[in-house]
Design a protein around this ligand. Structure first.
Ligand code: SF4
Length: 135
């Protein structure tokens, strides 16, 4: 029997609750709140308590999808990111940066959100950037 616990951060919102994932024979089987974490002090909400379940869901998207002729087709990350960058750049060049708005995610870290707003302001030349937690 291969039993492991892995300390990590809940991915569901910006609170940053700390937790332990329990892995048994390669499968995540439980989420345990971290009693020593100052943020959550041994507590998790219902989303955090079930955080281990989505990781192994067969319905989880594991690679990008690009719509081609009305159908979503699997693509590489390089292809997907290249498409997004070229389409957004084309919109910026044709209509200006303020023709676009960007929304970030509470599932991203503070550092990722910081980089996101820098990308919006520096590369796409707009201050139209916000965060889903404010909606
Ligand atoms: S356990 Fe609940 S409150 Fe804590 S980070 Fe996860 S979703 Fe947010």
């Amino acid at each position: 029997m291969d039993y492991q616990t892995i300390r990590t951060t809940c991915p569901f919102c910006g609170c940053g609750c700390q937790m332990w994932l329990v892995r048994l024979d390669g499968e995540l089987i439980q989420t345990i709140p971290d009693k020593c974490a100052p943020m959550n002090e041994g507590k998790l909400c219902i989303k955090g308590l079930n955080a281990h379940e989505f990781v192994q869901s067969p319905e989880r998207l594991t690679q990008p999808l690009i719509r081609k002729k009305g159908r979503l087709e699997e693509a590489s990350w390089e292809e997907a990111l290249s498409l997004v960058a070229s389409r957004l750049s084309a919109i910026r060049d044709q209509y200006g940066g303020d023709s676009m708005a960007f929304l970030s995610s509470a599932r991203a870290t503070n550092e990722e959100n910081y980089l996101f707003q820098k990308l919006c302001r520096a590369a796409f030349r707009t201050n139209n950037v916000d965060h889903c937690a404010r909606l």
